[in-house]
Design a protein around this ligand. Structure first.
Ligand code: IPD
Length: 288
């Protein structure tokens, strides 16, 4: 984090952080309701992105456009960094990091595990350098809204979250995800085959923001993935951290496109060792 971001973060008092969190909740919840209505009306693929399996729907674009308009109206001085449109730099030092529909493939197939993810950060739009001030993840099909503000804790549907004590690695339920490029996801799947015998079981739910919130609620004991974009994890990582989880990269690095893992801090050393041993981050070198 740069010292400018440090200064800005320390100047934001608890009331301002709480206000940003509440605004993020309103934005994410209303956007999620709109997206759910569009889902009900029918969804088609609008375009392919990085590969034939990396799709964008008209609802992804419309949801991001709606959020962008609300932000331009309510917070014109802030920057914007979203999955589906060009970034803008603001003058306030705050930037909104948006995934309009995380879990797009689930959304397309009418599976419930998708969410709107809204975060506001200080610093450049790079998870290695930013500090997340507040965020919300709204999953209308599952009836879940997660929210957090830096230093103020995390909530699930208004109820405060606090991690239960760590479980052993052999008893841990671990979530992960796969990139869209075939070579990369194949390498990721190979590392899963090496990990699955060391843990309780593996889950692939299909929305990184919700995987991180699942660590916060204890629905998963741990989660890891390489190749995530900043908007996939900005809000979910804050929810997990504020619930008491460890979130970061390997060997003391911050979470990044290269690697992110999250779990109870009591499990972190063993989990990290297992992830390195199975080569979970090796696919980071492959594009996609
Ligand atoms: C994807 C989901 C998925 C993860 C992928 C992400 P998208 O985001 O979060 O769980 O495994 O790496 O790209 O494309 O649905 O916004």
């Amino acid at each position: 984090m740069t010292s400018d971001s440090d200064d800005l973060l320390s100047r934001l008092g608890d009331p301002e952080r709480a206000e940003l969190r509440d605004f993020a909740v309103r934005l994410a919840s209303r956007a999620a309701e709109n997206a759910a209505r569009m889902r009900h009306e029918g969804v088609e693929v609008a375009a392919l992105k990085s590969s034939q399996t990396d799709v964008v729907t008209a609802a992804d674009r419309a949801t991001e456009a709606w959020i962008r308009e609300e932000l331009a109206h309510e917070r014109p001085e802030d920057g914007f960094f979203g999955e589906e449109s060009d970034p803008t730099v603001g003058t306030s030092g705050l930037t909104w990091v948006i995934d309009p529909i995380d879990g797009t493939v689930n959304y397309l197939y009418e599976l419930d595990n998708w969410a709107v993810s809204v975060a506001v950060v200080v610093g450049p739009p790079d998870p290695a350098q930013w500090q997340t001030v507040a965020g919300a993840v709204a999953s209308p099909a599952m009836g879940d809204v997660y929210a957090a503000a830096n230093g103020l804790g995390a909530t699930h549907n208004g109820r405060e979250l606090a991690l239960a004590p760590a479980t052993e690695l052999a008893q841990a339920l671990i979530g992960t995800g796969f990139a869209y490029a075939a070579a990369k996801r194949t390498a990721q799947a190979e590392s899963v085959t090496r990990l699955i015998g060391q843990v309780r079981d593996i889950r692939r739910f299909g929305a990184a923001s919700l995987d991180l919130c699942a660590v916060a609620t204890g629905r998963l004991d741990g989660y890891y993935e390489s190749g995530l974009h900043p908007w996939d994890h900005a809000a979910g990582a804050l929810v997990a951290r504020e619930a008491g989880a460890f979130v970061g990269g390997l060997a003391g690095a911050r979470e990044s496109r290269e690697f992110l893992y999250a779990c109870n801090p009591g499990l972190a050393a063993l989990f990290e060792r297992a992830l390195i041993q199975v080569g979970a981050a090796d696919a980071a070198e492959l594009s996609g």
